[in-house]
Design a protein around this ligand. Sequence first.
Ligand code: MN
Length: 173
Amino acid sequence: MTCLLVETIISLTSAVATQWVEGKMGLEEYRRKREFRKTPEPSGKERGGGENRFVVHKHQARHLHYDFRLEMEGVLRSWAVPKGVPLEPGVRRLAVQVEDHPVEYLDFAGTIPEGEYGAGTVEIWDKGNFELDQRASDRLEFTLKGEKLSGGYVLIHTDKNNWLLLKRKEKSG
Ligand code: MN
């Protein structure tokens, strides 16, 4: 009885953990949080395919943070990175996964009005393309080709919606 319960809990937990990477969330939560008559943000569409673009937004909301977004399966997988994307290997940054954003958000910059979700200014801090190097349920490895950011990075899922973002050491030779 106890054994069955434990097994059930383990399978549920791994199902949730897997979902973070493998199953995209879609845009329902993104849309539910926003009133598009009031915010300049795009309502957007889900698309097929994708061009492997990324963007980092500098978001001066109540607390300054950076939003790191990777184009995957027609949406932007998104993480809020309070201290910003590391520029050097050896620095681990907390990255909290947030709702998928529409690909139109790649070009978004502007001011979200007071009283709306994420109120504050959003500017593009960096953008470019990436190559996906490795993908597992708890790990994404990719190489960024942006203006400020370049080289190999890893996102490691730790628990719930928490991930660690770090820059890989460049292979010498
Ligand atoms: Mn944000």
